[in-house]
Design a protein around this ligand. Structure first.
Ligand code: FAD
Length: 528
């Protein structure tokens, strides 16, 4: 196979133009070949000449000869390295592995275990995706929160009502990242996600995908139970024996995967009481900011709209004078700010979008890292208490509605009383307020400094009527459930996994961690 990199074409190019260019680069214009796009990135440095830059793998006759003949640093021979799932091990299993949580980590772990013949049982505290969707929409409309089925909990996990960004910075020598993308495509995602630099799915697509993956797991011998909250784990001499569901039912268990996500605070408390080793972990808190998407497009593309490129994304960071870093996170082009709460009397926001990314506004979190020194209190769960306190203040400020403030008022530390030109795109009711009052001073000051500095890079970012809403507190896990070299917790049979355990951040890395745990179980245990 020949790999061509740095192949550039205008963003409006056709398939025929791409194929012609491949033939030209290989100096084989009339030869027949097959090809696979491996990567597509966008070069917007010249606003009037925006280009896609490709990496492409080509299969063609006489590859060695051609590669030598073209004598081009961007053309080289390469070999395919397929992903390999390990063969089953020898240790017998008395009962199927139990996966706790059906977020990306649990779902992908379950899929690979089912495919390898382990018949996993997946326990999920929330509802199936279609029922969950109705429950979530009812919450956004009427404010009635279901603490077990909401934006954080239910089939597909925290990522279901999201922008579905799939890029990750996790290094991947084993090919798990590509596996995740392939599984998504098989389950209904568009093929482009396999090569786009910043692939995304959108809530409308994600709901169908998680349902399809569930059906596939069931067809391969796995099973699901919804409204099945794990309320206790029972051990004997440091070995897992039983799992308690919904405070009453007992399930015998030899292996369980703890893929409970970063918001399962009650579950963290139970695990702590049960003696699982865990430690507090730094994470980040702040607010969401909204701007007109046309303003962001203008900055990146030099035009308010581009039919080939869709809504533009940005990523910004700033080091503050107080030494803290402030940065954009989970940016949702053409998206919505959502009420993403999961506990009564506490309010957290996040961002989502649909596949089309066609709302009026761009939003992203403006967040600042906080460390165990900021949390106060004691014990490994003190980060959870820190989050809870911020969320309690946000809830009280808006009496359950999302508190919103204009950036101009934020800088004056005063409540907003009227919107400017930017009108919120929100899922859930909102109310104008002084959101800054919710934040610790250092975080509030850092965000002001950060937004002003981002205004120097993106025209209008620091406009007076940009909207801030809060509180953004569920950026990553406030705790790490430690695992050893065999990826086990201190309890034999219990595998911490995904974002909640502190080993992933985002949909793709959580899914990759799920695959990694499935591989580990497979290497050790015999299948059925
Ligand atoms: P989770 O997805 O949190 O899944 C954990 C599951 O465990 C949940 O379904 C929960 O109900 C279940 N559970 C918890 N406790 C129990 C229990 N005791 N018993 C049974 N089940 C239990 N990431 C991105 O990469 N891109 C994005 O665009 C993006 N946007 C987001 C938008 C929103 C609104 C939110 C909330 C998150 C977003 N994220 C995004 C983050 C992403 O969703 C998470 O990183 C990812 O879902 C973590 O996967 P996970 O499987 O580890 O945990």
């Amino acid at each position: 196979m020949i790999r061509i990199s740095q192949l550039k074409l205008p963003v409006s190019h056709t398939k025929e133009q791409l194929e012609k260019k491949i033939g030209k680069v290989l100096k084989s214009p009339s030869a027949s070949f097959s090809y696979e796009i491996r990567k597509q990135s966008l070069d917007c440095r010249h606003k009037n000449d925006k280009m896609f830059v490709y990496t492409i793998d080509v299969k063609i006759k006489d590859e060695q000869k051609i590669a030598k003949r073209v004598n081009n640093n961007n053309v080289m021979l390469t070999a395919e390295k397929p992903y390999v799932f390990p063969e089953p091990g020898q240790e017998p299993l008395s009962c199927p592995p139990v996966v706790i949580g059906s977020g990306p980590a649990g779902l992908f772990c379950g899929w690979y275990l089912a495919k390898a013949g382990y018949k996993p049982l997946i326990l999920e505290r929330g509802e199936e995706a279609d029922k969950r969707q109705k429950t979530v929409e009812n919450f956004w409309k009427n404010g009635i929160l279901d603490p077990d089925s909401n934006v954080q909990f239910g089939e597909g996990g925290a990522g279901t009502f999201s922008d579905g960004k799939l890029n990750t910075l996790v290094k991947d020598p084993y090919g798990r990242n590509h596996e995740v993308l392939k599984r998504f495509v098989e389950a209904g995602a568009p093929e482009e996600i396999l090569y786009q630099q910043k692939p995304h799915l959108g809530t409308d697509v994600l709901i169908g995908i998680v349902e399809k993956m569930r059906h596939d797991i069931e067809a391969m011998g796995g099973s699901f139970r919804f409204r099945a909250k794990v309320t206790d784990l029972r051990f004997e001499k440091g070995v897992l024996k039983e799992i308690q569901v919904n405070d009453r039912e007992i399930i015998p268990a030899q292996v369980c995967v703890l893929a409970v996500g970063h918001s399962a605070r009650d579950t963290f408390e139970m695990l702590y009481r049960r003696g699982l080793y865990m430690e507090p972990k730094a994470f980040a808190v702040g607010l969401r900011i909204e701007h007109p998407q046309s303003m962001i497009n203008m900055d990146l593309y030099g035009e308010e709209e581009n039919e080939f490129l869709g809504a533009a994304a940005y990523k910004v960071t700033h080091k503050c004078e107080n030494g803290r870093g402030v940065y954009s996170f989970c940016m949702c082009p053409g998206g919505y700010v959502v009420n993403a709460s999961s506990e009564p009397g506490r309010l957290a926001v996040n961002g989502m979008s649909y596949q089309a990314r066609d709302s009026r506004n761009a939003n992203s979190a403006m967040i600042v890292t906080v460390t165990p020194e900021d949390f106060g209190g004691e014990g490994p769960l003190r980060g959870v208490e820190f989050q809870r306190e911020l969320e309690r203040k946000a809830w009280e400020l808006g009496q359950g509605k999302i508190p919103v403030q204009l950036f101009g008022d934020y800088c004056k530390n005063q409540s907003s009383t009227a919107l400017g030109e930017v009108v919120p795109c929100m899922k859930g009711e909102y109310v104008l307020a002084n959101v800054r009052s919710v934040l610790p001073k250092a975080v509030g000051d850092s965000i002001e400094e950060g937004v002003r500095s981002f205004g120097k890079r993106i025209t209008g970012f620091d406009r007076e009527d940009a909207l801030l809403s809060g509180v953004e507190s569920r950026t990553s896990s406030p705790v790490r459930i430690t695992r050893d070299s065999e990826l086990l917790s201190n309890i034999q049979g219990v595998y911490p996994c995904g974002e909640g355990a502190g080993y992933a951040g985002g949909i793709t890395s959580a899914a990759m961690d799920g695959i990694k745990i499935a591989e580990t179980i497979s290497k050790k245990y015999r299948n059925f």
